[in-house]
Ligand binder design. Structure first.
Ligand code: FES
Length: 157
C-alpha cells in the first residue's frame, strides 16, 4: 500500500513513543505526503497499525485541517482569515485568490493545479496578511503581490 520508505517511517514512528497511538498524526502526514491525501483505506491501515479503531482515527483527523480527505491542488493555498490578517485586509486577499483561480474556498481548480482553504491563524500575525502555499509563507500581502504570486505559480505549472 505504501512505498518501502514510508513503511520504514511508519515502523520507526510506531516505535519511538511510549504509547503507539502518539504516532498517529505523524503517520497520517507521512501517508498524505506519499499519496496526496488520506484515503479511507489509509485510515483502516493506520488504525490497525496502531491498534486504533478506524472511527477513532477518523474523529482525530477531523481536528486537523492539514490532513485532507480528498486530493488537493499541486499548489495548496491556505489563506489566513483570523483577526490580525482580517484587520490588515485578508478579505481582499481571499477575494483575489478565489476570483483569479475561479474557485471557492475548499475547492480545487479543474486542472488540479490549485486548491484553496481558509485557515485560522498561520502563526505569522506580525506579518499579516499572510498565506501559506505548500508550507511556504507569503507575508505582508496586498492584492497586487498576491496576483503576482499566483501568476508565477501558474507559469511554473
Ligand atoms: S491572524 Fe493571520 S497569521 Fe495570525
Amino acid at each position: 500500500m505504501f512505498s518501502a520508505q514510508t513503511e520504514a517511517k511508519f515502523k520507526h514512528l510506531a516505535s519511538i513513543y511510549p504509547q503507539k497511538r502518539s504516532a498517529l498524526i505523524p503517520m497520517l502526514l507521512a501517508a498524505q505526503k506519499e499519496q496526496g491525501y488520506i484515503k479511507p483505506e489509509t485510515i483502516e491501515y493506520v488504525g490497525k497499525y496502531l491498534d486504533l479503531n478506524p472511527s477513532e482515527v477518523d474523529s482525530i483527523m477531523s481536528f486537523y485541517t492539514l490532513l485532507h480527505r480528498r486530493p488537493m491542488g499541486k499548489y495548496h493555498i491556505m489563506v489566513c482569515t483570523n483577526l490580525a490578517c482580517l484587520l490588515r485586509g485578508s478579505d481582499e486577499i481571499e477575494a483575489c485568490v478565489t476570483r483569479k483561480l475561479g474557485i471557492g474556498m475548499g475547492q480545487v481548480t479543474p486542472d488540479g493545479l490549485f486548491s484553496v482553504i481558509e485557515f485560522e491563524c498561520l502563526g505569522s500575525c506580525t506579518t499579516a496578511p499572510a498565506i501559506q502555499i505548500n508550507g511556504e509563507f507569503y507575508e505582508n500581502l496586498d492584492v497586487r503581490k498576491t496576483e503576482d504570486i499566483l501568476d508565477e505559480l501558474q507559469k511554473r505549472g
